[in-house]
Write a protein that binds this ligand. Structure first.
Ligand code: ADP
Ligand code: GLC
Length: 554
């Protein structure tokens, strides 16, 4: 079959559905505009004139801080990804999909986030969604047609458009197994583009996240090539290279309906027989980012490259790392409603002790704020270095130390941590669950947080920890290396304890160094707590870097 012939394949979905009367391209921009105002300042003064006719000159003009100048020019960005806090979150991707668009709004970007409308999204959000329209879209190689609904929800200047389809998203969890997930995310990638065309919202940039959205650039440059949307430039962010969306070629060819010529070794094909959705996206996208500079380098090596290192080296000219931040409004110990005691740097040392006692009580640990409490908040998978933790736990729990684990995942880790809780009752607590509020209380009440990952693209838990004055103990890999400066006892600088090789003995050594400082040189430890809290872990700097990238591309 001639490749050129195939290239001319009709743009399914997009063409079929374009130009409906319901499209209101202006709406989005109008909603995003209020972000220009500095929160809680000038508006109050405008809308509440003084009761009595006070002389104009007495109005304290200087009291109203100048509105921050938004950088120009404005850019429009469509974020496409498979999860987003607070609707659905299984890990850091959900945090980033929430926080980065908000930070970009402050950088004068007009942001729309496109997500699947999973059944598990809490009703409090479902009921606020507004119907934007619906159409039928061709998907599979045999032209099977599927319903695409668009439900919209706007919050803080960010527009969220949920792709609605019972057949694909009617399950409880976002991810089930590849047999179901491959068709689901083929559908999602194509439906996201078709929805943009349907709404006639043509962004400057389409920013896709992980394998679940990786077919977006492939669709854009093939089946959507003749639509208005093709003027958009694409960015594909790798949050975790371990997950790539790999399945046999016939299945992905059937479900995606993509032309034959994309199934070649430079695009989707791997090992002659399989198709790799992430690899295809990396080929067709205009820019690739990953979530820390160190990880951007690591994934070009066989050790961390997850079999795509050669492909990434080939595309290294368009690859760069931009480190994640966290949303400092959600992660703010002064206003965090989940905490027993709120605090900031002025009273952190005292209040953290009170939070520690509250946490010990909540978890059935011996209530004693003199104990060194180590937290671990994590998906319980091989990535997170839990075999190292398992190997050394008995040596860590020495009578003066307590360990709190919060996580779910592989049965072998869930079981071993349950076993440890039973063996060291009062000193170890294993919460095998996903609990957002409890995670906040652990960040606040623990002294140190463990992140001994085998690999870590960025990692957010160490950032949350520092924001809450909890000292990270991390392995020097990926984003952990880029965000945790090791403590130097000679200069009294740094913000955490680190170790390099993936080795249980080195992890134990790092924990012991932390304990030594905590028990023997408390003023230095306290200094580090305050340094951590003062660190800028916000999105500000990184959002500017994304904005620069968008400008370079357009
Ligand atoms: P990853 O995305 O690889 O899971 P990150 O460190 O980037 O790791 O992000 C993990 C996010 O998920 C953090 O916000 C962390 O607080 C949260 N988290 C992980 N496990 C749990 C859990 N069991 N309960 C609550 N929050 C959790
Ligand atoms: C991934 C990575 C994690 C990163 C997160 C958000 O899940 O494992 O390191 O922080 O994505 O980018």
């Amino acid at each position: 079959m001639a490749a050129d012939e195939k290239k001319k394949a009709p743009e399914a979905g997009a063409v079929k559905t374009g130009g409906k009367a319901a499209a209101k391209p202006g709406t989005v921009k109008a909603k995003a505009a209020p972000a220009k105002r500095a929160p809680g300042t000038a508006r109050k003064k405008e809308t509440k004139p003084p009761a009595e006719a006070a002389p104009v000159e007495e109005i304290p003009v200087e009291a109203a801080p100048a509105e921050p100048e938004l950088p120009t020019p404005r850019r429009s960005v469509a974020f496409i990804g498979s999860e987003c806090y607070p609707f659905v979150k299984t890990g850091g991707l959900g945090d980033v999909m929430y926080a980065l668009p908000r930070a970009l709004v402050k950088q004068n970007c007009d942001v729309k986030v496109i997500l699947p409308r999973y059944k598990c999204i809490p009703w409090e959000y479902q009921e606020k969604m507004v119907y934007r329209g619906a159409f039928q879209m061709d998907l599979c190689a045999d032209g099977r047609s599927f319903y695409v609904g668009i439900m919209e929800y706007i919050r803080d200047g960010v527009v969220y458009d949920f792709i609605d389809n019972e057949e694909f998203f009617g399950w409880g969890n976002p991810y089930t197994n590849l047999v179901d997930d491959i068709p689901k995310y083929c559908y999602f990638a194509k439906a996201a583009l078709a929805a943009l065309n349907y709404m006639d919202w043509i962004p400057n940039i389409i920013h896709c996240h992980d394998w679940q959205a990786a077919l977006v650039p492939v669709y854009l440059r093939t089946l959507f090539d003749a639509t208005k949307l093709a003027s958009a430039r694409t960015v594909l962010t790798i949050h975790n290279l371990r997950f790539q969306g790999v399945y046999n070629i016939p299945t992905i060819r059937y479900w995606s309906g993509l032309p034959d010529y994309v199934f070649n070794k430079d695009a989707l094909t791997v090992n002659w027989v399989d198709a790799n959705m992430l690899k295809g996206g990396l080929t067709y996208t205009n820019a690739i980012t990953t979530v820390s500079p160190s990880y951007a380098g690591e994934i070009q090596t066989p050790e961390y490259g997850e079999s795509l290192d050669a492909h990434l080296r080939y595309h290294s000219g368009k690859l760069r790392g931009i480190v994640n931040g966290i949303d400092c409004d959600i992660w703010n110990p002064l206003t965090d409603r989940s905490l027993a005691f709120n605090y900031d740097a002025s009273n952190a040392l005292e209040r953290k002790k009170e939070n520690k006692r509250a946490l010990q009580q909540e978890l059935g640990l011996e209530a004693d704020d003199g104990k060194f409490v180590i937290g671990l908040i994590s998906r319980l998978t091989d990535q997170k270095g839990l075999d190292l933790v398992n190997a050394i736990l008995p040596a860590v729990v020495d009578g003066n130390t307590q360990v709190v684990i919060l996580g779910t995942g592989d049965a072998r880790y869930e079981d071993s941590f349950r076993w440890y809780e039973n063996a060291y009752r009062g000193s170890v607590c294993s919460c095998i669950m996903y609990d957002e509020a409890r995670s906040h209380r652990i960040y606040a009440g623990a002294d140190a947080l463990l992140v001994p990952s085998r690999f870590e693209p960025c990692g957010l838990t160490q950032l949350n920890a520092m924001r809450y004055g909890t000292v990270p103990i991390v392995r020097e890999t990926g984003g952990l290396r880029d965000t945790v400066e090791p403590y130097n006892m000679f200069t009294d600088t740094g913000c955490g304890f680190t170790f390099d090789r993936y080795d249980a003995g080195l992890l134990l050594d790092a924990i012991n160094r932390a304990k030594t400082l905590y028990f023997e040189s408390r003023p230095y430890w306290d200094g580090m707590v305050l340094r951590d809290m003062a660190r800028d872990v916000s999105w500000d700097v990184s959002a500017r870097q994304y904005r620069e990238l968008y400008l370079q591309l357009t």
